[in-house]
Design a binder for this molecule. Structure first.
Ligand code: GAP
Length: 513
């Protein structure tokens, strides 16, 4: 991360704490690694993101319904899903620094460096030649070819080691690439071991292996095991989807970068059940739809890009990420996967129960194929928070920090501020609030100078401030201040609701998708 981006990220993190968005978990005990709590403003923003997703899925698509499955599931679920045997990350320790790493990430770091070297060659050449043709240059330059050959070799070895579960080969690759620990600087590594990311606990009073259950590492399996319950009771016809928002838990080896990678997090997942053979059509459909959903927030279309997976998981026949330009660069925000019939087929095998659909049009039974959309709620939160955070220099030389959160997602929609704490102004302000609070989340504040109060509302992203002054008592007008332009306008109290409604409305945001 470049220095300025690093500083920006640090500022976002401390702002999130200072203004009640995110606190380290159990902070009075010095926190718990990679676990966070959402504060009073964070919880509101998070709920609004959930609402945006839930309504998009279940209101705008009459063939998608939502469920809320339990976190605990029968342990065989995780055998069938492949998580018991294959939900592992290869870990390695440096014996000197005692730090733990993911071996595949250390190796990928070498690949990234080689890719950066290629980019530098390209940049240098682009400056030298007019009418520069990147593809031609990359295809013919000897140094680039050498770097690319190395990348391909490393990729092949890494892929083979992962596919064959060959941890010795992975360690050999770390040694051959002469990877040093960034902390100790030494190459004094342990062997690479597989580490299962699922948290387990015991159910009931007897702690033995028979009672071992897992905290779900993804919400998707709660949907698969309920596929027939929902299809039958909801009389759903293929193609149809089941949506769910809920907690997931992963014992990540390296969990850092704030709420980007946590051990307890939330997912918003939708499994779309389709006729076998039609999955690629639906995969493309959901790829486009999900990108549009993100872009409708107005955080900048350039901040999103697709990243197609070349190495597919065992259950997928196509997969991509929607990446977002986070403060530390482009990273995965959402995954879109064509999961074939892997999950339902496997649950059929392990449970001995038929999980098939009778297609009355074709007069046949089949196990549907599945296209999944899976977005991390906390990553969505980070994308909104980080891209809304602005440090602005104003014309009068002062500075402000403002969260330009999309208005429909903002924790509070309007702040109601009596200019003074006397002369009946607080009473009038409460009167206005008592009308508006049924439609909008309002915030009331009477302490401190009005300028200071405006700054505090800017810092938590409140789109509108309404100021009640002495003129209000005479003619029933107030000033309304816009967070982004800071412009103030005098309007009749009766007009306030109409002015605010459109721009903070979730329905208006959904219409943009
Ligand atoms: N059901 C498919 C699935 O779980 P995934 O790519 O492992 O796929 C989906 O996760 C999304 O969940 C990711 O795109 C990311 O947004 C979020 N996610 C995954 N692990 C996370 C973690 N440790 N902390 C926060 N979000 C995470």
């Amino acid at each position: 991360m470049a220095n300025t981006e690093d500083n920006l990220f640090k500022n976002v993190i401390s702002h999130a704490k200072e203004y009640g968005f995110i606190f380290p978990s159990s902070e009075i005990y010095d926190g718990l690694s990679a676990v966070y709590d959402y504060g009073q403003n964070g919880a509101e923003l998070k709920n609004n993101i959930k609402e945006y997703w839930w309504k998009f899925m279940t209101l705008l698509h009459d063939n998608i319904v939502g469920i809320d499955a339990a976190i605990f599931m029968h342990p065989t679920t995780w055998k069938a899903s492949g998580h018991v045997d294959a939900f592992n990350d290869p870990m390695i320790d440096n014996k000197d620094s005692k730090k733990r790493y993911r071996a595949d990430q250390l190796i990928e770091g070498v690949i990234e460096k080689l890719e950066e070297k290629i980019e530098k060659e390209v940049e240098k050449a682009a400056k030298r030649f007019e009418n520069f043709d990147r593809a031609m240059f990359v295809g013919t330059n000897a140094r680039v070819a050498e770097y690319q050959k190395k990348i391909d070799e490393i990729n092949t070895r890494l892929k083979d080691a992962m596919a064959n579960n060959d941890m010795a080969a992975m360690k050999q690759l770390v040694d051959d690439l002469e990877i040093a620990d960034p902390i100790s600087g030494t190459k004094n590594w342990t062997d690479v071991r597989q580490f299962n990311l699922m948290f387990s606990t015991e159910m009931g009073s007897v702690a033995d292996d028979a009672n071992k259950i897992y905290l779900r590492p993804e919400t998707a399996q709660g949907i698969f095991v309920n596929f027939l319950n929902v299809q039958k009771t909801g009389r759903m016809k293929i193609p149809f989807g089941i949506a769910q928002i809920g907690k997931a838990f992963r014992n990540e080896i390296v969990a850092r970068q704030f709420i980007f990678r946590m051990r307890e997090f939330e997912q918003m997942e939708m499994q779309f059940f389709v006729k076998p053979g039609e999955e690629m059509k639906w995969y493309e459909f959901w790829k486009a739809k999900r990108l549009k959903w993100h872009q409708a927030l107005g955080l900048g279309n350039d901040n999103y890009r697709y990243h197609d997976h070349l190495n597919l998981a065992h259950y997928a026949n196509a997969a991509c990420d929607i990446q977002f330009n986070f403060p530390m660069g482009f990273r995965e925000l959402e995954g879109i996967h064509s999961r074939t019939d892997f999950d339902l087929k496997s649950h059929e095998k392990y449970s001995g129960k038929k999980l098939q659909y009778f297609d009355s049009e074709d007069n046949q039974n089949y196990i549907p194929y599945v296209v999944e959309t899976s977005v991390g709620l906390d990553r969505m939160f980070l994308s909104v928070l980080a891209s809304s955070y602005k440090e602005e220099k104003l014309e009068d030389g002062s500075e402000r920090v403002v969260l330009k959160i999309p208005a429909a997602l903002a924790p509070n929609k309007v702040a109601i501020l009596p200019l003074m704490k006397k002369d009946g102004l607080p009473e009038k302000a409460h009167e206005i609030m008592n009308v508006l609070k049924f439609d909008f989340r309002c915030f009331y504040e009477e302490k401190d100078a009005i300028g200071k109060r405006y700054r505090r509302q800017d810092a938590i992203g409140t789109p509108y401030c309404i100021t009640v002054d002495h003129q209000t008592l005479q003619d029933n007008t107030v000033t309304i201040r816009d967070r982004d332009t800071m412009k103030q306008e005098r309007v009749a109290i009766d007009e306030v609701k109409a002015i605010i409604s459109e721009s903070v409305s979730m329905a208006a945001l959904l219409k943009k998708v």
